[in-house]
Write a protein that binds this ligand. Structure first.
Ligand SMILES: [Zn+2]
Length: 127
């Protein structure tokens, strides 16, 4: 794992767990942020099989932690910018997947977390 990503987790008092039963039960699950516990789970086996970046998965789950930390039910980016970035940088099949699988309320948060996982790590230090 990138040393700055380790540092970011440490500064925020987050614990990283390598795989748990949820990863075994759901082979398409790559990671999870456990609300209220400050724990990020990285499903290493699933990540490997799905050929994803473990660091990007952890960055994604970190954004879910940021939502909990901020305690406001709003996206980090203003809707106008968020929509622009989603259109420009997220593949349309990924957007469609989220729209079909998440409930309306969490759509924007999930898309934004996927977006931030693609941003340079330094950005996450300022959230
Ligand atoms: Zn997510």
């Amino acid at each position: 794992m990138n040393i700055f990503l380790s540092l970011l987790l440490w500064l925020n008092g987050l614990t990283l767990i390598d795989s748990d039963k949820r990863c075994i039960e759901n082979k398409s699950l790559m990671g999870e942020y456990i609300v209220g516990e400050k724990v990020i789970v990285a499903c290493n086996e699933n990540i490997k099989v799905l050929k994803q970046s473990r660091d990007d998965v952890i960055k994604h789950e970190y954004i879910h932690y940021i939502y909990e930390k901020r305690q406001i039910k709003k996206t980090i980016l203003p809707p106008k910018f968020l929509n622009y970035f989603i259109r420009e940088y997220l593949p349309s099949d990924e957007v469609l997947f989220v729209l079909l699988h998440e409930n309306d309320y969490s759509n924007d948060e999930e898309l934004e977390a996927r977006l931030f996982a693609k941003f340079p790590l330094i950005v996450l230090f300022f959230l």
